[in-house]
Design a protein around this ligand. Structure first.
Ligand code: GLA
Length: 730
């Protein structure tokens, strides 16, 4: 609910459990007055105290008064060069060469519903689901307006932010920084949690107290990156899974980003998040506009778990565009780890046949089916079927897969080209490169200049021919390197600072075309696993291959970290062979199944090599997943322990919205002799219900399971796992 106090220029955004407030003050500076637990209508600007602070200048309108300074007031969208020396949200280069921005409140506009920013991903909601507030800020000297967009999804405690800048002047202005979100706090006794890693180890949480100065994470790789995720949290020092205040900030963007927190001189703090200012400079001609990507905030007064569940619910309902919405997605088998590049049509059909017999429903043909792609040094860019490997093309292969009762899916990496390809030989100038420099290779490949429409059109033509040539129901859109040599032959020197962002817009444009032309195709995003696992991609690809690391034990950590923002239905997770390809670890099949089941489930192995006993187990796994998939994907997710701090076991739980069913998954670490007996306290149940468990067929009350716990069985062996299904009985 958005409450307006026009007389005092106070804007209060209420969600079910939180309140967010802004106020335009006597100088029309838009102050941020509050964000936290829900407080009923009240002017919270009284919390902001003013006083003479040396070396913090006073705006001209303040006259002789030294008590007011932008440098110490909590701002809604921070400026630069006119008195606030903390992290700026916007930086304008004016025609005279100054780098300043001075924004004052100039009006507002209210709408029902929530639409997505044009050409960009975003949360969407109908008129009875969300409200949008637009606040107009104006820099009169620069003749630039900044529109701040707030989408309010009340029952999800979710507030979206986006920013649009318009040049109303007669001269060109350059935008050197344009954050999506600025969030000021009167206090600085907060911790920041970021999600970090590298290829094969993505999104490991790291928590640290804010220190004086600026601390930041980000990416200048052209992708949101394996290294740092564009989702960060701030929380009270005592906050944990179940208690304390915490704030999530998610940027719906798949390119360079920065999330920076500053603890300033008088122990206030600020979070600014948006496109990374490195090599970003957007030219705004007279009348020109720029839209910064959307960010989404969730505040939870009750710890991290509730914040995550709100993100999960909101992402599932208002972000994902999933052709299987409301239906179970097919269980897939992918041939990558089974064959790599070395396959024939018969071999693929054999893998599919084995899979179909076990109840698997979708066969995905990974890399290696096109051009001269027999290893990863050639072929990218030539999206024509390699007829030596697949005689008769997809027209012959796909019906053979379908005869087995399976759907067919395919892998592509549209943004890339190998030098050893017909495409590159015909268009060497289509790659990102700096004149006079030889571009760096990554995985032996170069990056196509997706900021160019002609390049995108040509790739899309090739994609369409493939996607229309057979009955294809799934596409894995891969991307396997970071961007370097970022320069585009299509733009003049003064616009090269636009290329990084235009590249991302180009990727979104092609994905949007796929949505329009092939709405039935399920697209799975991938970037060397989870190098582009972000809210931007999720708008186009409702699931993303979570990591190239398929080891079940490593995956516990990766999926745990990912779950802080992203729901399990978005995490591509497969059972693979042992010893594991990435780390050599041997884990039981049951453990691999239970871990992968908390994701978009599939297999990535040659099932023909499994023993009869293994096949029996896989058949059971598949059946179990089919039975519980609604609970797993639409239930509320509870982290019961952390694989980072507890080596004994990792446990998590899904609870149905009516709290009548729950599925608890437990994966044990390395074992030792005569271990202690453990009890596991469950969460999210109805204390008044009686629950029957399938593991011991006993009855427990919800209250006892949550307060006293469930007695975990002892098992001998490393990395064993089990699930407990609980059902409320009348
Ligand atoms: C990337 C992906 C893998 C696989 C290979 C194919 O590494 O993450 O899953 O598709 O590319 O080359």
């Amino acid at each position: 609910m958005i409450v307006l106090d026009r007389e005092h220029k106070i804007f209060t955004l209420h969600t079910q459990n939180t309140t967010y407030q802004m106020k335009a003050d006597q100088y029309n500076v838009l102050l941020h007055t509050y964000y936290g637990s829900r407080i009923d209508h009240f002017d919270l600007s009284g919390l902001i105290q003013c006083g003479n602070r040396s070396f913090s200048p006073n705006p001209n309108e303040a006259g002789r008064s030294r008590d007011y300074s932008l440098d110490v007031m909590p701002q809604e969208y921070s400026t630069c060069g006119v008195g606030d020396f903390r992290l700026p949200s916007i930086e304008l280069e004016l025609p005279g060469g100054s780098h300043t921005a001075d924004l004052r409140y100039a009006g507002f506009h209210l709408e029902k519903g929530k639409t997505t920013p044009e050409g960009l991903p975003g949360f969407h909601g109908g008129e009875d689901e969300a409200e949008t507030l637009v606040i107009f800020l104006k820099d009169s000297a620069a003749q630039v307006t900044v529109e701040l967009y707030y989408g309010v999804f009340e029952s999800f405690d979710l507030i979206t932010r986006a920013v649009r800048v318009v040049n109303h002047g007669a001269e060109t202005v350059r935008l050197c920084r344009c954050a999506s979100l600025c969030l000021d706090f009167l206090q600085s006794d907060l911790d920041m949690i970021t999600f970090n890693g590298h290829h094969l180890t993505e999104r490991c949480p790291d928590r640290g107290s804010l220190r004086p100065g600026i601390q930041s994470v980000g990416s200048v790789r052209g992708i949101s990156s394996h290294q740092h995720n564009p989702f960060v949290m701030l929380c009270g020092r005592d906050a944990d899974e179940d208690t304390g205040i915490c704030y999530g900030a998610m940027l719906l963007y798949s390119g360079n980003f920065e999330a920076a927190a500053e603890c300033s001189q008088y122990e206030n703090s600020r979070l600014v998040m948006g496109i990374h200012p490195y090599h970003f400079c957007w030219t705004l001609e007279p009348g020109g506009t720029f839209t910064a990507p959307e960010a989404a905030l969730v505040c939870s007064p009750n710890g991290f778990g509730e914040m995550s569940r709100q993100y999960h619910r909101a992402i599932r309902k208002h972000l994902l565009r999933d052709p299987y919405s409301g239906r179970r997605k097919p269980i897939l088998v992918n041939n990558w780890e089974a064959t790599y590049f070395d396959f024939t049509a018969d071999r693929l059909v054999e893998i599919a046949r084995e899979a179909a017999a076990l109840g698997i429903e979708l066969f995905v043909m990974d890399d290696g089916w096109f051009g001269s792609r027999n290893d990863d040094n050639r072929g990218l860019g030539d999206w024509q079927v390699n007829l030596e490997k697949l005689p008769g093309g997809l027209e012959a292969l796909v019906p053979r897969i379908q005869e087995l009762g399976m759907k067919f899916g395919i892998w592509m990496e549209p943004e890339m080209v190998n030098e050893d390809s017909s495409l590159y030989r015909a268009h060497p100038d289509w790659v990102l490169h700096v004149p006079g420099r030889s571009p760096s290779r990554g995985r032996g490949q170069l990056v196509l200049d997706f900021s160019r429409r002609d390049v995108r059109d040509s790739i899309y033509d090739q994609m369409k021919k493939i996607l229309s040539s057979a009955d294809i129901s799934y596409l894995k859109w891969d991307m396997n390197r970071s961007l370097t040599d970022v320069w585009s032959a299509s733009l003049p020197a003064h616009r090269q600072g636009e290329v990084f962002h235009r590249y991302v817009l180009g990727v979104y444009d092609l994905l949007e075309r796929l949505h329009r032309d092939y709405p039935h195709i399920l697209i799975e995003g991938c970037c060397g696993g989870g190098g582009r696992f972000d809210g931007g991609m999720l708008y186009y690809t409702p699931q993303i291959w979570c990591s190239d690391d398929t080891d079940a034990i490593d995956r516990l950590r990766i999926q745990y970290g990912t779950s802080f923002c992203y729901p399990v239905c978005t995490m591509g997770a497969h059972v693979s062979a042992v010893p594991n390809e990435q780390n050599g670890r041997i884990t039981p099949l049951e453990t691999r199944g239970i871990t992968a089941m908390s994701g978009a489930f599939g297999y990535e192995m040659d099932l023909g090599k499994c023993t009869a006993e293994e096949k029996r187990k896989i058949r059971c796994q598949v059946e179990r997943y089919k039975a519980y998939s609604d609970l797993i994907h639409n239930g509320d997710y509870y982290r019961l322990s952390s694989p980072f701090s507890d080596s004994t076991y990792t446990a998590w739980e899904q609870v149905s919205p009516d709290r009548r069913q729950a599925l608890v998954s437990v994966v044990q670490g390395c074992t030792n002799a005569a271990p202690p007996f453990y009890t596991l306290r469950l969460k999210g149940l109805n204390p008044a219900f009686q629950y029957q468990t399938d593991l011991d067929d006993a009855l427990y009350s919800g209250a006892s399971l949550m307060n006293a716990g469930y007695p975990l069985p002892q098992m001998q062996g490393d990395y064993l796992a089990f699930q407990i299904f609980l059902k409320a009985v009348e």
